[in-house]
Design a protein around this ligand. Structure first.
Ligand SMILES: Cc1ncc(COP(=O)(O)O)c(C=O)c1O
Length: 373
């Protein structure tokens, strides 16, 4: 609770005890939309973008990870800033297109991509597909051949233990996230052997919610080492190295904010080392953060009912926990979205509910949202 208060005070204003989102008192939003309610603030999302952009050397580009929040109004904030998008399902691809993202600026990563999903994104000329296993390389090849397409493919590598870290580890151990480091050369060779595939580069992402800058930098350094091997295997510089997401935000009082100044300094040094190296000539560096960009701009608003009379600090109860009827109200200049843009049944591509792994699916009420700011 204490930490929630700190985060709120960092990003939002209180005037006479009243919390404001932009220029709008929270009471007005609660009155207009009812509670429980999620509110997202465009200005905060933009500040987070600028903070990250200012941290990364110019050589880096950013692709917002759609799974963090796939609302098209939010996607548009980052698209307007020059972001690409990283997706993990056909549902997220659909959201990205609905937000106006050109398919070529979309990366499709994540294990367990279905045939229907691969067909859908390939038919729409998705920017890049990140293969998570040798078997998936074969599948992408077969589907590309059938569609008469040439898929742009990168390999996601599950590195050895030296790049592990973060609250949830996705690498450095047997995991469905990527091809084992030992198989890197085999994976590159296999992609190169298929005329229907174009080899683009590598992707690694070993953990999420990383708050220790040294852990993050180890991931980047490992990325450089793996890129060197992949470039040697393919006989040319890579088009791109995707260093993943994972930049954390402190949720609990004991957690310290990621030291972004150290990240900036260390990345600068890392880039200096590779800048003059012909092996990395023309290679784009990319990160694909989710929570770092959007988590702190969202507020969950509830109406407190009553004190439940427990011992110790006062505990109050509020309705709505666990329910799926929460309203979502983006404000600032991102409002005026219609909730019906969230997966109306009629606009789903074929494939059935099993294809839909996006976060929201049918849960949002069909409700228009008008400008409040
Ligand atoms: C492939 C991939 N990219 C990006 C992300 C976003 O991670 P984060 O929100 O930690 O930046 C995830 C999260 O699981 C992921 O699996």
């Amino acid at each position: 609770m204490e930490q929630a208060g700190r985060l709120i005070d960092r990003w939002f204003r209180r005037i006479d005890g009243q919390l404001y989102i932009g220029d709008v008192p929270i009471q007005n939003l609660a009155g207009a939309y009812g509670t429980p309610l999620f509110v997202y603030d465009r200005a905060t999302a933009e500040k987070k973008w600028e903070q990250l952009r200012g941290t990364l050397p110019a050589r880096f580009s950013i692709s917002y990870s759609v799974k963090a929040n796939p609302n098209p109004a939010i996607l548009r904030i980052f698209l307007e800033k020059g972001s690409g998008l990283e997706i993990a399902s056909a549902g997220e691809f659909h959201q990205a297109l609905a937000a106006g993202c050109p398919p070529q600026k979309i990366l499709f990563a994540g294990p367990g991509k279905t045939e229907t999903e691969l067909e859908y994104v390939l038919a729409e000329d998705v920017g890049e597909i990140h293969a998570e296993s040798l078997r998936e390389i074969d599948r992408i090849n077969l589907i590309s051949q059938r569609l008469g397409r040439r898929a742009r493919v990168a390999v996601r590598i599950n590195p050895g233990t030296d790049a592990e870290g973060g609250a949830m580890r996705m690498g450095g151990k047997p995991a469905p996230f990527g091809i084992d480091e030992e198989q890197l050369e085999e994976a590159v060779g296999r992609i190169l052997s298929y005329p229907s595939l174009e080899f683009r580069g590598i992707h690694l992402f070993t953990g999420t919610q990383i708050l220790d800058s040294t852990v993050l930098l180890r991931q980047y350094a490992k990325g450089i080492e793996l890129a060197h091997r992949a470039a040697t295997a393919s006989g040319r510089p890579l088009n791109r190295i995707d260093f993943g997401g994972g930049l954390g935000v402190p949720y609990f009082a004991h957690e310290k904010e990621l030291d972004i100044a150290s990240v900036k300094q260390d990345l600068r040094k890392l880039v200096e080392v590779v800048d003059g190296n012909p092996e990395f000539q023309g290679t784009e560096f990319l990160v694909e953060p989710g929570r770092f960009l959007i988590a702190e701009s969202g507020i969950y608003v509830v109406t407190s009912l009553y004190s439940i009379g427990c011992t110790g600090p006062e505990c109050r109860t509020a309705p709505g926990r666990g329910r799926r009827s929460h309203r979502r109200v983006p404000i600032g200049s991102i409002c005026a979205i219609r909730e019906s843009t969230w997966f109306p049944k009629s606009s789903r591509p074929a494939g059935g509910p099993g294809e839909w792994r996006g976060t929201f699916l049918n849960s949002a009420p069909r409700r228009s949202v008008r400008h409040l700011a």
